[in-house]
Design a protein around this ligand. Structure first.
Ligand code: ADP
Ligand code: MG
Length: 254
């Protein structure tokens, strides 16, 4: 049976007048529905490029990418994207910000608006509909950004270092919060990060990328107790074993 997401021998290079910059070579990866996969690798190794390829913003130069059995732009799997910056617009209130995706897709129906209201309520932003983004904490802003993504019912969530702009304590809390929300919603998630602890606390699987051009160096399945939140995983004894194992893979010779 086909994987939910499959990258088969994917290569990609950026081309500029100065020359060619290979970002990825012969990368193979498959992800099943419902998996939480962390992708970790050094800065500049090609992690964001990988997500852009998965969602179809970039096309592989060699190899193929299949999402739900089809190339990203022909697939009926809906993909949501969350970035490091929340990109909330200060001139719109929170309700208008979280409805932006629906507005762009001309999908503001009574049902979709009711669902948005329900998301605001269940993610703790009820009562903040009329305020401006600058009045919210960093964690609340990221939750608003997540709601904006969730209004479109994505099947696959791509998260590009979504917590790295937050201060350390907030980052731990928001990662915990968002991971549990996405898990309860039964989504498939791919989190890209350069933070090894974050990768281990979030995923059921950690994929280690080499330095640029990215290829898969290691693919490690994590077996924490089901239901252990990212924050609780950090104090589980297995955490440090995984940390050491993956650290060795990360810094190991190319
Ligand atoms: P990461 O997300 O792992 O930090 P990226 O995927 O953003 O890395 O980038 C991989 C490499 O490709 C980096 O060396 C980066 O400078 C380069 N790069 C990224 N985007 C472009 C672009 N649009 N044009 C040229 N080079 C790029
Ligand atoms: Mg990046």
């Amino acid at each position: 049976m086909d994987s939910f997401l499959a990258l088969n021998h994917v290569s990609y290079a950026y081309h500029s007048p100065q020359g060619e910059l290979p970002a990825m070579t012969d990368l193979c990866l498959s992800i099943e529905k419902g998996e939480f996969v962390s992708i970790v690798g050094p800065s500049g190794c090609g992690k964001s490029t990988l997500l852009s390829l998965i969602c179809g913003l970039l096309k592989p130069e060699e190899g193929s990418i299949l999402v739900g059995g089809h190339p990203p732009d022909e697939s009926d799997v809906k993909i949501g994207y969350m970035l490091q910056k929340d990109h909330l617009f200060e001139w719109r209130n929170i309700f208008k910000n979280v409805c932006l995706g629906l507005e762009i897709q001309k999908a503001q129906t009574p049902d979709s608006l009711a669902y948005t209201t329900q998301l605001l309520k269940s993610y703790g932003l009820e009562g903040f509909e009329d305020v401006r983004p600058s009045e919210l904490s960093g964690g609340m802003r990221q939750r608003a950004a997540l709601i904006r993504t969730m209004t479109l019912h994505p099947d696959l969530l791509l998260l590009d270092e979504p917590f790295s702009a937050l201060d350390y304590q907030t980052r731990l809390e928001v990662c915990d919060d968002i991971a549990m929300i996405i898990k309860e919603a039964g989504k498939t998630a791919v989190l890209v990060t350069h933070d090894l602890s974050e990768a281990i606390s979030f995923g059921n699987r950690v994929i280690v990328l080499s330095s640029r051009p990215a290829r898969v160096k290691a693919d490690i399945r994590l077996s924490f107790d089901e239901g252990l939140s990212p924050l609780k995983r950090r104090s589980d004894q297995q955490f440090y074993q995984y940390f050491n194992l993956i650290w060795e893979e990360l810094k190991g010779h190319e």
